[in-house]
Design a protein around this ligand. Structure first.
Ligand code: TIU
Length: 225
């Protein structure tokens, strides 16, 4: 059980002043479509194995977070079954033979309600944990995430999930502009491209933490004990 209201977490570019009751764990897009063979990620030509190393550290962090009684929010990237919220530019981008909304091995690709769109079983949301369905890369665009966080008094976010340089980075930037302090555990985020992962983290913590802080999940876990 947490006793103090604020505790420092070792981080770059400098220690993060963690206030547990004001901090939510925001897990970005740990969906079958991105992490399992046959999904959207692999369809784009990516090696899903690159993302799967994030599952275990996320599992441990999520278990500790829940045990401490803190807030958890999950996101999923995807679209309405009628694709009314899918911008034509997003649908045709990449000139792939199979695109968002088309049938894939786990149902229609990135469509809400389909198996591939859902969160992997290892990190499945518990009852009461909000799941934000987002049509874009950022979790704040066209969602009620900001309202939910404000209603719950959240000003800090520990952001995990995939991919480092796409949905995680976009969300951290959106959150930063809305006044949230974001902390990103490097081992709990992943990219199909190791060099983008590395640079994505550098971009967050550069210039005195221009978008936020970067840490390791062991340092967050230490603050939860
Ligand atoms: N969740 C997320 O990052 N969506 C993507 O499409 N990522 C890619 O890296 N493609």
């Amino acid at each position: 059980m947490l006793v103090s209201s604020s505790v420092e977490i070792a981080a770059e570019p400098y220690p993060y002043d963690f206030s547990p009751e004001k901090c939510a764990l925001l897990i970005i897009d740990m969906q079958r479509d991105f992490l399992e063979p046959g999904g959207f990620g692999e369809m784009l030509g990516n090696d899903v194995a690159q993302l799967r190393r994030t599952i275990e550290p996320n599992k441990k962090l999520l278990a500790a977070w829940r045990k401490a009684g803190l807030q958890v929010i999950h996101t999923r990237e995807g679209h309405r079954p009628d694709l009314a919220d899918l911008p034509p530019a997003k649908k045709i981008r990449g000139r792939s033979a199979t695109c968002i909304g088309d049938p894939g091995p786990m149902g229609r690709i990135l469509v809400r309600g389909e198996e591939g769109h859902d969160i992997i079983k290892e990190l499945y949301p518990a009852p009461g944990e909000p799941v934000i369905d987002k049509p874009g890369k950022g979790a704040f665009f066209a969602t009620d995430l900001h309202a939910i966080l404000q209603n719950r008094g959240i000003t800090q976010l520990v952001v995990t999930g995939v991919t480092t340089e796409v949905c995680v980075n976009t969300t951290v930037r959106e959150a930063n502009d809305r006044g949230y302090d974001c902390l990103v555990p490097a081992d709990c985020v992943g990219s199909y491209f190791p060099e983008f992962h590395e640079m994505g983290l550098k971009m967050i913590k550069a210039q005195g933490g221009i978008f936020g802080w970067v840490t390791h999940s062991k340092d967050v876990l230490a603050a939860l004990i």
